[in-house]
Write a protein that binds this ligand. Structure first.
Ligand code: ATP
Ligand code: MG
Length: 247
């Protein structure tokens, strides 16, 4: 029976979370009572139409946006009960965020951008830059570390942003459209890398995407619509659209 199965360890557990931007007539109800789980050791994708609340959901999970009502647990810790300082500390150490708009710092070189998560966790500049350079190599950007982000193509900037999200080996990697600027082969390489991160039993990768070429990399796929999670599909990539809804 389903009830007797052991529950997989949850990386993220969300119940009845709401988020409203603005007030009164201008209020936008971006999240309308979201229920959502992501397991440790999985790569979970989130899909849904533009404006349905995907980026908002990622931001509340990462602790960069406050939320109203409901509860969010990340690796067993309740964000609701946590002090602002502890959320910041948690995010610094354990969360890697690939932003939809990349958010590279234009006045820092690529190596310096990728070094930031290591530096804020106390690494020396020398160690941080060595690791950053190795990460950029892994992204196919060997030799570009001393360039400014603005001198790179969109796809190259996106790979710098991915390097920055992964370099400090965070437990939770949150990716907003990580392959939007990449061709098929480069996107496939990045997804292989994210899959290998998700294979660690105490880590989790959450990917928002419109890119149906990468659905096959997901362990599960969550469909959002109008501020809510509508459906969850198991083994999204292995069923050719004949997925079984689990919720
Ligand atoms: N800072 C903000 N202030 C006001 N409204 C916002 C803000 N951020 C998001 N919204 C609104 O909340 C809703 C959800 O936005 P969100 O960015 O989460 O959508 P999305 O699913 O990520 O869309 P896309 O696929 O286009 O990136 C939208 O109606 C958006 O206009
Ligand atoms: Mg978005």
């Amino acid at each position: 029976m389903a009830e007797s199965r052991p529950q997989p360890q949850l990386a993220v557990h969300i119940r009845a979370v709401k988020k409203t931007f603005g007030a009164g007539e201008a209020a936008v109800h971006a999240l309308k009572g979201v229920n959502f789980d992501a397991r440790q050791g999985e790569l979970l994708m989130i899909v849904g139409p533009s404006g349905c609340g995907k980026t908002t959901l990622l931001s509340v999970i990462a602790g960069t946006l406050t939320f109203e009502g409901g509860e969010i647990d990340v690796f067993g810790a309740s964000l609701h009960g946590m002090k602002e300082r502890d959320i910041t500390e948690f995010r610094k150490r354990h969360v890697g965020f690939i932003f939809q708009q990349f958010n590279l710092i234009p006045t820092l070189s690529c190596i310096e951008n990728v070094s930031v998560p290591l530096l804020i966790n106390g690494a020396s500049r020398r160690v941080a830059e060595r690791k950053a350079e190795a990460m950029l190599d892994e992204m196919g950007l060997a030799g570009r570390g001393h360039d400014w982000p603005m001198n790179l193509s969109g796809g190259q900037q996106q790979r710098v942003a991915i390097a920055r999200a992964l370099v400090h080996e965070p437990r939770l990697v949150i990716c907003d459209e990580p392959t939007s600027a990449l061709d098929k082969d480069t996107g496939g390489h990045i997804m292989d890398l994210l899959r290998s991160v998700a294979r660690h039993p105490d880590r989790c990768v959450i990917v928002v995407t419109h890119d149906n070429r990468i659905f096959k990399y997901a362990d599960r796929l969550t469909e959002m619509e109008d501020g809510r999670v509508q459906r969850v599909h198991d083994h999204a990539g292995h069923t050719n659209g004949e997925e079984t809804a689990t919720e």
